[in-house]
Ligand binder design. Structure first.
Ligand code: CTP
Length: 404
């Protein structure tokens, strides 16, 4: 579970057409372990039913400042208990009310009664979004520390195309996660590689492996959620998390040349990619035809990217490798740690059930260069990512080069 696990989020829904997308945001937050308390304004109730939110959230949706069966003061209970108040979608009306502090309904009373961060996801027609008054209100909110998830361009209500469409639910959930993350990697430069490289035989065939990129992507998402500037070099760009700079690559050679440049000023490098050790010596430009018979594919070694980064490692950088093994896990991993000049290596026995390739879960042992070890029992890949980054951060901070 990520930084949303166990956190209390008031999800304020106001009366925009995009209110139906707040249902998806609610589901994502609950799936990530958050306790979501929905608050719907009268306008929202014209767009979506409270029952939908009651069914999906962690407690029944609230719609009124009065007649709450549990408490006469729902706004203070909600506001004081919240870790985040997320308003999605946010109409021009609520944005204006937040600016002026006008307590018109339960949601506004909750915004006023909280010390938690407030995140606003505006959604409205382009003409409304571009009004000087709305822009000025948003600027003032931002200056006061309200977090804004800006709208996107795209299809709007009524079929118009323009700016003002609610941000994608995945982006909103990631922003909420970032807002609640410990923030212990703020502005740290982190390079992550992920996925299996594909080494071409001809125009359509390749030599590849079963890596899904999920573990590397989880590391990238966790680092971004904790405030890092993340570059993700991946062969699975289509499933990359939001909030990171993605560099799509295919082959080991492409990954090597991108990493050579990107690693120069990275403070943490996590080499989670399953890089092919061998590639076809030559690849045909077109498609090889079956009637020409089975091709002889001669394999030649690729460059070991991680070993190269280990040789050129700048002072203070934390270099993290992965070792996917089927036998002698710890001995093999410890040998790679030493041979490739790493600070830590994440070892997993991929012959075990639920571990490694293509799974959502992983079980790993993190071996540190100083001999210490951290065992992560079978867990979500995001939990593994958290342990890896916790260890990398303490290594980074304990390195004398990084101390002022
Ligand atoms: N790696 C790399 N470049 C390669 C091969 C591997 O950067 N050409 C990196 C992987 O990303 C991983 C680590 O090296 O972080 C371990 O890879 P692995 O293939 O297990 O190590 P090898 O040294 O190739 O050992 P072996 O194949 O004998 O297990």
């Amino acid at each position: 579970m990520g930084s949303l696990s166990g956190r209390r989020i008031v999800l304020g829904v106001t009366g925009g057409i995009a209110a139906y997308k707040a249902v998806e945001v609610c589901r994502r937050l609950v799936d990530a372990g958050a306790h979501v308390s929905p608050v719907l304004t009268d306008g929202a109730l014209e767009m979506v039913g409270a029952t939908t939110f009651s069914a999906l959230a962690s407690e029944p949706a609230r719609t009124s400042l009065f007649h709450d069966p549990e408490t006469p003061i729902p706004h203070t209970v909600l506001g004081q208990n919240a870790d985040l108040v997320l308003i999605c979608p946010a109409t021009a009306r609520i944005i204006s009310d937040i600016r002026t502090g006008r307590s018109a309904d339960l949601l506004m009373a909750t915004v006023l009664a909280t010390r938690a961060p407030v995140m606003v996801c505006p959604a409205m027609h382009t003409e409304m979004w571009e009004q000087a008054s709305v822009q000025e209100n948003v600027d003032v909110l931002e200056e006061r520390g309200v977090l804004i998830v800006p709208p996107e361009s795209g299809r709007l209500a009524g079929g118009d195309i323009g700016h003002g469409r609610l941000a994608d639910p995945a982006i909103i959930a990631a922003a909420a996660e970032r807002a609640l993350a410990p923030g212990d990697l703020v502005a740290r430069r982190v390079l992550v590689t992920a996925g299996g490289t594909r080494e071409p035989i001809d125009a359509v065939r390749y030599v590849g492996n079963r890596s899904s990129g999920k573990q590397g992507h989880a590391v990238a998402a966790e680092a971004a959620a904790r405030g890092a500037d993340v570059v993700l070099v991946t062969t699975r760009a289509e499933s990359a998390p939001s909030g990171v700079r993605v560099v799509p690559v295919e082959t080991a050679a492409e990954m090597a040349s991108v990493c050579e440049i990107e690693a120069v000023d990275a403070e943490i490098v996590v080499m989670a990619a399953a890089v092919a050790d061998f590639r076809p010596a030559k690849s045909a430009d077109g498609k090889l035809k079956k009637h020409d018979g089975a091709p002889e594919v001669e394999l030649v070694p690729t460059t070991d990217i991680l070993a190269g980064l280990g040789e050129r490692k700048p002072a203070g950088q934390v270099l993290v490798g992965f070792a996917a093994e089927t036998t002698d896990l710890l001995d093999n991993a410890a040998a790679k740690l030493e041979r490739k000049n790493l600070d830590m290596i994440v070892a997993n026995d991929v012959s075990k059930l639920g571990v490694g390739f293509e799974h959502e879960t992983n079980e790993v042992i993190v071996l540190m260069a100083d001999g210490s070890r951290h065992h992560v029992p079978l867990s979500d890949k995001r939990d593994v990512a958290r342990t890896v980054l916790d260890a990398a951060r303490s290594r980074l901070e304990s390195d004398p080069t990084n101390q002022e």
